[in-house]
Write a protein that binds this ligand. Structure first.
Ligand code: TYD
Ligand code: MG
Length: 417
């Protein structure tokens, strides 16, 4: 009798477990390749790791090829061997972009190839490149997989081969993947589990800035973001995102509250805008841009149930300024403040920031990094904050007026009362 699947039964091999304490000596840091592009290095956790594969996903046209060509050029200038494999654009096209990015004078090696076996042959010739960029995984196809290019099988087979190359040679592998509309071709999600790190490049067509968000990282922190601004000469680092996000602020109108948020290790201030208006429809509208709509429903329900704020006859629109997307529950208090401010028709104080998580009972719960949030707020000229009661690490900042809020009814009384 064979084993499962009918093959010959395998003779079990005896393993040799070791105790953790017997593994003495220093734990080595992963060997990294710093690009010198500070926001990119921040998102990867300090640079690309040799022998590892990172996936860079994002909508078509968001700037993935631009960012990676800039990284390639920066590395080539420092003597690294870089191969840029483009399956989407001809070499001439890639060179044109490089020219625009003032990178055409570097030794980045270009190849326009889509066949996995050809790519591996090209790379083998390149004598151990430090970094390989595959742009994009959706154009990869292998003779070993029978399905059509762009299918899940082809994309996975191609990515597997690239990962194997990285592990065998110690090159860092960067795989570009377009986020695709449902059901079209295989998107980056189908290979997320195979790679060591996953970064998503996000942004809004109407705005110039782009965010590189780390969603998985075997060699560094997740939740980290890199912020860039797209210019006519490529992407530029944005070292202080709060200044950028608050740039277009109109603090005098009702319905706007500044949220003191955190992205990984970095505080980020951003404006939350709400519009609450009497509805003319049978079912009132709820529209959210930049936040979780289920979370908004919860805040609305808590306002109704515990604060006597009636919103059943009102349309509610919520927008995070600048096309930015908030993922933290700590934004609850800012959202509630913006909603109440809009409904009451009263602008919130221009010098105040808001943060805190709201529970279903209406209690306002403490969140992490109070000190960092308040320091960032003070740095940008804010002198007041509404924050959860019993917040830890409240700093003694000169002149700061930090008001502790116990519950959502407290908040409503403060804003509209
Ligand atoms: P691209 O990097 O080609 O996007 P992706 O690889 O994610 O599909 O960038 C596309 C957009 O960026 C395109 O609309 C032109 C714009 N762009 C600039 O604004 N400035 C630049 O310097 C470059 C190279 C591109
Ligand atoms: Mg591209």
């Amino acid at each position: 009798m064979g084993g499962i699947g009918g093959g010959p039964a395998r003779t079990p091999r005896k393993g040799k477990p070791v105790t953790l304490t017997s593994l003495s000596g220093e734990i080595e840091e992963a060997p990294r390749i710093h690009t010198g592009i500070s926001e990119l290095d921040r998102a990867t956790g300090g640079g690309f790791v040799r022998g590892s594969a990172v996936l860079v996903g994002g909508d078509p046209g968001i700037g993935k090829s631009t960012l990676l060509m800039q990284a390639a050029a920066a590395l080539a200038r420092h003597g690294h061997k870089i191969v840029y494999v483009s399956g989407e654009e001809a070499v001439a096209q890639v060179r044109l972009r490089a020219q625009r990015l003032q990178a055409a004078d570097t030794d980045v090696m270009l190849a326009a190839e889509t066949n996995v076996e050809d790519i591996l042959a090209t790379l083998a010739e390149g004598k151990r490149p430090d970094l390989v960029i595959i742009d994009s995984i959706q154009t990869l196809w292998s003779e070993l997989a029978e399905s059509a290019p762009g299918t899940v099988t082809q994309v996975r087979t191609g990515v597997q081969a690239m990962i194997r190359f990285a592990k065998q040679t110690g090159s860092a592998m960067v795989l570009v993947g377009h986020v695709t509309k449902d059901g079209q071709i295989a998107g980056p999600r189908v290979v997320e589990h195979m790679v060591d790190a996953v970064l998503y490049f996000e942004g809004d067509r109407g705005h110039h800035y782009r965010i590189l968000r780390t969603v998985k990282n075997r060699f560094g922190p997740t939740d980290e973001i890199g912020v860039f601004e797209m210019s006519d000469k490529g992407l530029r680092d944005v070292p202080n995102p709060s200044e950028l996000f608050l740039g277009e602020r109109n603090s005098k109108s009702p319905g706007a509250a500044v949220f003191a948020g955190m992205e990984g290790t970095r505080p980020v201030l951003v404006e939350v805008q709400a519009l609450v208006a009497a509805t003319s429809l049978g079912t009132p509208r709820r529209a959210v841009v930049g936040w979780d709509s289920a979370r908004l429903s919860m805040i609305l329900a808590v306002l109704e149930a515990h604060c006597g704020v009636r919103l059943g006859q009102h349309d509610v629109y919520l927008n995070v300024a600048g096309g930015y997307r908030i993922s933290e529950p700590a934004a609850d208090l800012a959202v509630a403040s913006a909603l109440v401010s809009s409904l009451a028709g009263l602008a919130l104080p221009a010098d105040c920031v808001y943060f805190g998580e709201v529970s279903l009972s209406g209690a306002v719960r403490p969140v992490a990094h109070t000190g960092q949030r308040l320091k960032e707020a003070e740095k940008l000229g804010f002198s007041a904050a509404l924050l959860p009661a019993a917040s830890a690490d409240l700093p003694k900042v000169n002149g700061g007026r930090w008001s502790e809020i116990e519950s959502l009814p407290d908040l409503v009384a403060r804003i509209a009362g």
